[in-house]
Write a protein that binds this ligand. Structure first.
Ligand code: FE2
Length: 269
């Protein structure tokens, strides 16, 4: 992958960790071991690895190619890195105290945690949406390869499997925080409206071959269907002569032998 994908994957992973921690704090008393691991992830990976990859490899090359540091985007990014380091330095002793069994610091700990993740979410957004695209325009392919090498070297200087190690830690934290899929907070009407807005028709058949859902119910469709289909076995929604093909495809799906079945229908137009 290119440097931009590598760095954005770090952001994406870290934002899930943010949410896991946020949920744990919102629920009241987070598990002290989780707080300890959260801090370890932020100190060792976000500050100690991700930011270093940018500061030592991406930013200097961008500056060389004309992206300004003083009063420019790089200056702002570096200030935010420094600010996030200061917040981490305040979080660490509070987390140690909390992990040591003193709950009196919990309120302050959660306030600074909120400040830290708010700062970094905005920071990541600026990098993803502004700085990285700017970087893609400013850097040649050879420049980009150099950044990728620098990223690999920064990770290798920590341990042979730095990224895998911390992505695994992030994964554990996500499970600990029980973060839900993004659609969790959407109601049915909103989800339905989203599906009906897609320029494709969707039908959903469950593991028992039962038709459970189709989109665009009251909208024009290429494949006309009505709610009478809901609850029917999918085999009964096809002409008798093609049922053996339908069953073959279903069997292959279930056996993991294929993931897609593509076919063309002559609509006579
Ligand atoms: Fe970043």
């Amino acid at each position: 992958p290119e440097w931009k994908e590598l760095l954005m994957r770090d952001h994406e992973t870290t934002e899930k960790v943010f949410d896991a921690g946020e949920k744990a704090f919102a629920a009241g008393k987070p598990d002290p071991s989780m707080v300890k691991e959260l801090l370890r992830y932020f100190v060792e990976y976000v500050d100690g690895c991700h930011n270093k990859k940018e500061e030592n490899h991406l930013f200097p090359l961008l500056e060389k190619r004309g992206v300004s540091r003083q009063d420019g985007p790089l200056g702002v990014m570096l200030q935010e890195h420094t600010r996030s380091k200061e917040l981490l330095a305040r979080l660490e002793p509070l987390a140690d105290t909390y992990v040591g069994g003193d709950d009196s610091v919990l309120h302050e700990l959660s306030l600074i945690y909120a400040e830290y993740i708010t700062l970094l979410k905005q920071h990541f957004w600026k990098e993803n949406d502004i700085l990285y695209p700017m970087g893609e325009r400013a850097l040649s392919q050879a420049d980009g390869d150099k950044v990728v090498e620098g990223i690999a070297a920064t990770e290798a200087a920590i341990s042979p499997d730095t990224r895998a190690h911390y992505y695994k830690l992030a994964d554990d934290l996500m499970r600990w925080g029980e973060i839900e899929d993004l659609c969790h907070n959407l109601d049915h009407d909103t989800l339905g409206a989203i599906l009906n807005t897609l320029p494709v028709e969707l039908s959903f058949v469950d593991a028992n071959d039962t038709v459970r859902y189709f989109s665009h119910e009251n909208l024009p469709k290429i494949f006309p269907r009505t709610r009478g289909a809901i609850g029917m076995q999918v085999q009964n929604c096809h002409p008798q002569k093609s049922v053996h093909l339908v069953n073959e495809i279903l069997a292959d799906f279930k056996a993991g032998k294929r993931e897609v079945a593509e076919f063309w229908i002559d609509m006579g137009a």
